[in-house]
Design a protein around this ligand. Structure first.
Ligand code: CS2
Length: 471
């Protein structure tokens, strides 16, 4: 079977670009070429291109050129499988032009042809100190870049240095566009870039502050990591081997603040919502979708459910998920055009999609990064107004149960977290009972906000839930 490299020999059933790919020019440099880029931003751009424009995407991983190499071997083409119960639609996406090696990223970002630098690098790659909301100068990649700002390797360091090159050459800036699951992701990225830059080049920091917009975005599409089934189905449907194939659900949503320095694709033609303020949408998605996802992932993983679709079929977990959606909704103000009950029902249907094999282990990882926006912020708000935050105590206990599973499984529990070593050390030194485990994890520096740590009743509720889960 030949590799997918061209569009003219695909079966008629496969959707494909309805524009002239040869006319595309690089306009977007995307950092983080994971499944999410391929299922979301590139798919929106592909549809927008049907309505005009020449916005091609170049993409690079920060640490290696694995995906870039695969995309280059396929001429940038890959298959997006949209799976619904009983049906899989294959679509070949044409908006990605090429992959870029890590060593070439800075040069490409300095090129004035690049007008948007978008990011899906995951929460942990930002160098965000959750306790202060500012830069974590001790984050390994940030610390390395602060010591050598002209050879940056972190996203924040690259954005700063590339904007510096644009400024020095008298060029217009690009628009950095964060698409990660952080509340106010654009504002967060802006603060990190400004704080990072001010440490070694205050003049550049001031210029960035005055000239570079950092729109926030809310992105949503459930996209599991590709598996052998993804590659096999892509090959069966397209007739070609495709090592960049990804699979996703039918639902897709993108809400973007419409502030761009040098233009953007007509993403609204592809269904994106361009708004002045993305905050209410982001909060809703992070607290309702992602918060409930985390709950189901930690409870489900420990109950032996491999996929979210199995976790939600477990009556105990389904009941907890439904209850949590109600509590999460109660922390939100009005969201323009959205009925929270319908939104919650749609989420339950999406979680239950039998065609989507989304591993609980995938969502369970990086808990220390996901807890603050999904759990701690809304819990703090509820407690501040005297409301019940027990559902958040349950999620926290579920994470603790998952994190402490390393004891039960002889060190082989696949805890994946940037603070994994610290967590293991804290747990190794703690008594193995629920109260000891909870105390050790509550004491992780800077993780829990003071408002939760000082609330004896809420802490007690976490320990009680943990004891039940461990029983
Ligand atoms: C998930 C998200 O892995 C996770 O933490 O909650 O990746 C989720 O699938 C997406 O945000 C859906 O848009």
């Amino acid at each position: 079977m030949t590799l997918l490299t061209r569009l003219d020999d695909l079966p008629a059933t496969v959707l494909r670009p309805r524009y002239d790919r040869a006319a595309l020019r690089a306009g977007i440099l995307h950092l983080g070429p994971g499944a999410f880029l391929r299922a979301h931003l590139a798919a929106y751009t592909d549809t927008a291109l049907e309505h005009g424009g020449a916005w091609g995407i170049e993409t690079a991983g920060l640490r290696n050129s694995e995906t870039a190499d695969i995309l280059n071997a396929q001429n940038g083409l890959y298959t997006l499988l949209v799976r619904d119960t009983g049906d899989t639609q294959a679509r070949v996406i044409g908006a990605v032009l090429r992959g870029v090696a890590p060593g070439d990223i800075l040069l490409r970002m300095a090129d004035p042809a690049i007008r948007i630098v978008s990011l899906t690098i995951t929460e942990k790659a930002y160098g965000l100190n959750a306790a202060t909301g500012g830069l974590d100068a001790a984050h390994p990649a940030i610390a390395a870049d602060l010591a050598a700002p002209h050879a940056p390797q972190s996203a924040v360091g690259l954005v700063s240095a590339a904007l510096g090159l644009r400024r020095a050459a008298g060029r217009a800036p690009f628009t950095p566009l964060s698409c990660d699951n952080l509340p106010a992701n654009g504002a967060v990225l802006r603060r990190l870039v400004l704080e990072y830059t001010a440490r070694h080049d205050p003049g550049l920091a001031a210029w960035i502050g005055d000239n570079v917009p950092f729109p926030s975005t809310m992105v949503d599409r459930i996209t599991p990591a590709s598996t052998d089934a993804t590659y096999t189905d892509a090959a069966r449907l397209t007739g070609h081997e495709d090592r960049a194939a990804v699979e996703t659900e039918p639902f897709t949503q993108w809400v973007i603040e419409d502030r761009f320095a040098s233009g953007r694709p007509a993403w609204e033609r592809a269904g994106a919502l361009l708004v002045a303020d993305v905050t209410p949408f982001e909060k809703m998605k992070l607290r309702m979708l992602n918060g409930t996802h985390s709950l189901m992932a930690w409870l489900g993983f420990m109950a032996g459910h491999e996929y979210i679709r199995d976790a939600i079929a477990d009556p105990v977990i389904a009941q907890a998920a439904r209850a949590h959606l109600r509590v999460a909704a109660s922390t939100l103000g009005p969201v323009p055009g959205v009925n929270p009950e319908h939104y919650a029902q749609d989420l339950l249907d999406r979680f239950a999609n039998r065609a989507i094999a989304h591993r609980t282990a995938q969502i369970a990882m990086d808990g220390t990064q996901k807890l603050p926006p999904r759990v701690f912020e809304p819990a703090t708000e509820l407690l501040a107004r005297g409301a019940d935050a027990d559902s958040y105590a349950l999620i926290t206990a579920a994470w603790m149960h998952y994190a402490s599973g390393i004891r039960a499984r002889d060190g082989r529990h696949p805890l994946q977290d940037p603070r994994e070593a610290e967590i293991r050390a804290a747990l190794a030194a703690a008594p193995p009972q629920p109260a000891g485990i909870a105390a050790a994890l509550f004491a992780l520096p800077g993780l829990f906000p003071a408002a939760l740590l000082n609330n004896e009743k809420w802490r007690g509720a976490v320990t009680t839930h943990l004891a039940k889960l461990m029983a």
